[in-house]
Design a protein around this ligand. Structure first.
Ligand SMILES: C[S@@+](CC[C@H](N)C(=O)[O-])C[C@H]1O[C@@H](n2cnc3c(N)ncnc32)[C@H](O)[C@@H]1O
Length: 216
């Protein structure tokens, strides 16, 4: 299947009256966080424009349930909910990011979002329709990406988490959509095809196009 490239465009204002959610400049968005969390943004949180594009690629109809796998302080969930009609859940293992995400969403009255404090291994993917990943597990194998020492980091955890995501995605129905931003995409099973790219191939839209061995 040919891979299309997707041009960034500004998305229409849909829900929120909060100007910052539609800001194109990341620093305007990241200023809403405590300083220690905002300054992690250039390396660890998706840019505003990428969040908008990824959300548009994943939400095909009102109510589409999107899971952000490792949501950090909820930037993708907030922007996704403000610029589409999807429902955005983020799962995050670090308590300080969960707290920052919940406070930000509550303070700015952003509905259609949930932030779950936990590990991705506890999440059943069948409760969702579409998925977003921005490099969630690489810090286990690349020390330069390590955010802090608040959670266990081990190379075998990269394999464990990647395998869990792979197995869960394999069991999803045909036509399930996943967007990845950066990363090796090792979490994406063989039964998915990359059908669109943007940002010089750094953002990829994957669709389950073939049945997996798990399907019967
Ligand atoms: C690179 S950040 C991306 C944050 C957000 N998705 C975004 O795009 O702005 C990856 C996040 O995944 C979280 N994470 C890593 N492994 C996780 C796991 N096993 N379960 C839950 N969260 C995890 C990290 O704590 C970090 O906040």
């Amino acid at each position: 299947m040919p891979v299309q490239t997707f041009q960034p465009t500004r998305s229409p204002r849909i829900q929120s009256d909060n100007e910052f959610l539609h800001a194109f400049k990341d620093h305007e968005f990241d200023e809403i966080y405590p300083e220690d969390i905002g300054r992690l943004s250039p390396c660890h949180w998706s840019p505003v424009e990428v969040c908008q594009m990824a959300a548009r690629l994943l939400v095909l109809e009102p109510g589409t349930r999107v899971l952000d796998i490792g949501c950090g302080p909820g930037k993708f969930c907030a922007i996704g909910a403000a610029t589409t009609l999807g429902h955005f859940t983020g799962v995050e293992q670090r308590g300080r990011f969960v707290k920052a995400a919940r406070e930000m969403l509550q303070h700015h009255h952003i509905s259609r979002t949930d932030i779950v404090h936990g590990n991705i291994t506890e999440v059943q993917f069948h409760a969702f329709d579409a998925f977003y990943l921005f490099n969630p597990f690489e810090e286990n194998i690349l020390p330069i990406l390590r955010i802090d020492h608040d959670v266990e980091m081990e190379p075998h955890l990269y394999d464990d988490y990647t395998l869990h995501v792979q197995q869960q995605l394999e069991r999803m129905p045909m036509a399930t959509r996943v967007v990845t931003y950066f990363g090796s995409c090792a979490e994406i099973p063989e039964c998915y095809a990359c059908v669109k790219t943007a940002y010089e191939g750094m953002l990829k839209l994957w669709v389950k196009t073939r049945p997996s061995l798990e399907d019967d």
